[in-house]
Design a protein around this ligand. Structure first.
Ligand SMILES: [Cu+2]
Length: 334
């Protein structure tokens, strides 16, 4: 067998590395990265794409080369050479994948950790804030007091959060309560009292979603944010992120939840802070107008007939003159 020269091997190696790096950056498999956390996930994915492209071309290259180079020649009916076992080669092809997997494993662990996935205190955001405000008291002692005063729910004991870094998580800029139900998402903004079927978030502010479910398990997934979190009945899970790119992206239920699971979709609208504030204000106006209508509809008995009918009479173009004429004609009939 003719061993390829060192120069050929070197050039092949360089070409392979360059091709792998290029594919790792230009595969185009991921949607727009619309959150700041998305870069972490993309970095990991691109690294894995680079490594697997290199491995793919090495394995397939050797395979295709061997098919042509060592194919049966016409008239050659002999057996191939009886090769069996190669300890150094076997050690090598075990060691290389082991090292690669170890590197990817540590890297992915690091990404998950820096997104708050492993932080046991992520769900203690409020307790931590309280503890910091109390001068001279140890944080641990304050946390103990808190847990004794208010009976802890499982949510407070177990971290269900993922998203932003743990140090940021204590102070989310915007909180939204997300409820999943068959087959819709409801978004409630406790700060402004707005409730919406679509999630609106501003760029550059850290958002914390408190996710729960009314009936069965759902999962809140926004591919453009690279984030997914279960919505579980009876407990609250968290998702923290900072929206980065203005746009409209799909919110998809990623947990089979019933016959119309496939239709359980809505949108997340990432806006500039100004647009977002304007949206909140417009929603508050709609809400207060609705409340006014409800007040009118609820108390008809507290009103006189005239008061109750006044708005409708106005709509119908009835004036006090018309009413007087009606009244007069009634009298004539008697
Ligand atoms: Cu669902």
């Amino acid at each position: 067998m003719k061993i390829p020269s060192n120069i050929t091997t070197l050039i092949a190696g360089i070409v392979l590395t360059l091709v792998s790096l290029w594919v790792g950056k230009n595969h185009g498999l991921l949607p727009v990265a619309a959150s700041e956390e998305a870069a972490l996930v993309d970095g990991l994915f691109n690294t894995m794409m680079t490594i697997s492209t290199g491995l793919f071309f090495i394995v397939e290259g050797v395979l295709v080369y061997s098919i042509f180079r060592f194919r049966r020649r016409p008239g050659d009916n002999t057996d191939g050479p009886p090769t069996h076992g190669n300890v150094p080669l076997e050690i090598l092809w075990t060691a290389i994948p082991a090292v690669i997997i170890l590197i990817i494993g540590v890297y992915s662990f690091e990404v998950y950790n820096s997104m708050g996935g492993l932080d046991p205190m992520a769900a203690h955001g409020h307790s931590m804030q309280q503890a910091r405000k109390m001068p001279g008291s140890a944080i641990a002692a304050t946390l103990d007091e808190n847990t004794q005063q208010a009976a802890p729910t499982p949510t407070e004991q177990i971290a269900d959060g993922v998203g932003a870094s743990p140090d940021k998580s204590a102070n989310p800029n915007l909180e939204v309560n997300v409820t999943g139900l068959q087959f819709a998402w409801i978004f409630a903004y406790p700060d402004s009292g707005v409730t919406s079927g679509e999630l609106h978030v501003p760029t550059g502010r850290e958002v914390k979603l408190n996710i729960s479910a009314n009936d069965v398990i759902h999962a809140f997934w926004v591919p453009e944010f690279r984030l997914k979190q279960d919505a579980i009945p009876g407990r609250t899970t968290e998702l923290r992120f900072t929206p980065k790119t203005v746009g409209t992206y799909p919110v998809i239920c990623a947990e089979l939840c019933g016959s119309y699971h496939g239709g359980m979709k809505t949108q997340v609208i990432v806006q500039t802070p100004e647009e977002f504030d304007a949206w909140v204000q417009s929603q508050q106006e709609v809400a207060s107008a609705e409340n006014l209508d409800r007040a009118l509809a609820i108390n008809p008995q507290a009103m006189s007939t005239g008061e109750f009918l006044a708005p409708y009479a106005g709509e119908m173009g009835i004036t006090s003159d018309t009413l007087e004429q009606l009244h007069a004609s009634h009298h004539h009939q008697f």
